[in-house]
Design a protein around this ligand. Structure first.
Ligand code: ADP
Ligand code: MG
Length: 250
């Protein structure tokens, strides 16, 4: 689904992404691991249109998507979540979900004058969808809660929930398990697996918890110093000399 060709992203003289090439197979849950500062988040940012690349290409389903802005990628079904959750903290959890789908009729003035009934119907449908998503993620009990009051793990689930409000093709998850307790991490893993199997979502997941990566991801891609160091099944990766060295630091 995604091909990254010789991608560079430099910050001044510093090469955060330094000629990375990789592929993400349609239907896979691909893991992306590597030591802190390896360039994983920067790579995600470039793929998702948050940062322009210094050079290189990103291709989605055969189409060059290099440098397209996030909203255009969103319409193509490419979504990303951030390492730090960014919910609308004073709105309820349900409202946070209902905000997501683009092109709601309520957005145009014309519709506020002439389409009241249609808007009401759409809102009902959105609300039903949001409640389905909350149910799927097993957090229905916090639907009315202000999103700012959620625990770190629940905020991560909400991020995942936002991806479920639209028809995504591929979702990039940046440290979805960071600071999340074991139980919630299991819930997140289940949700990812179900979205993958039942809805056909492809995932690319950055995560430090190797347990989580090992259970969820095939293949696993390892980055170090802005480059792809290794790729393969989790079990092989963890025995790879170069990978072990990169983690221990030379
Ligand atoms: P990872 O997600 O693998 O931990 P990052 O992609 O966040 O790594 O960062 C890779 C390197 O690029 C780090 O050394 C980081 O300090 C640097 N970096 C990231 N973003 C910027 C930026 N906006 N300006 C300057 N340096 C940056
Ligand atoms: Mg990062």
């Amino acid at each position: 689904m995604i091909e990254v060709h010789d991608l560079h992203r430099h910050f001044g003289g510093f090469r955060a992404v330094d000629g990375a090439s990789l592929q993400i197979r349609t239907g896979s849950i691909t893991g992306l691991i590597g030591p802190n500062g390896a360039g994983k988040s920067t790579l995600f940012n470039v793929i998702a249109g948050v940062l322009p690349p210094t050079s290189g290409r990103v291709v989605m389903d055969g189409e060059d998507i290099t440098g397209l802005p996030p909203h255009e990628l969103f319409h193509k079904g490419l979504l990303r979540t951030f390492q730090m959750a960014h919910e609308f903290s004073s709105m309820s959890v349900r409202e946070n979900l209902m905000m997501v789908p683009p092109g709601q009729s309520g957005e145009s003035l014309w519709n506020t004058w002439f389409g009241r009934k249609r808007i009401a119907n759409e809102e009902r449908a959105l609300r039903a969808r949001a409640d389905e998503v909350l149910d799927f993620l097993t957090i229905s009990h916090v639907a009315e809660e202000k999103a700012g009051n959620l625990s770190g793990g629940q905020k991560k689930l909400l991020e995942l929930g936002r991806c479920m409000m639209v028809e995504a093709k591929i979702v990039f998850l940046d440290e979805v398990g960071a600071g999340v307790n074991r139980t919630l991490l299991g819930t997140i893993a289940d949700a990812i697996i179900r979205l993958n199997k039942e809805r056909g979502y492809t995932f690319c997941v950055i995560e430090h918890d190797m347990d989580f990566i090992g259970k969820l991801c095939d293949p696993v891609i390892v980055m170090a110093e802005g480059k792809v160091l290794a790729e393969g099944p989790a079990a092989h990766i963890m025995e790879n000399e170069a990978v072990i060295e990169a983690y221990l630091g030379r």
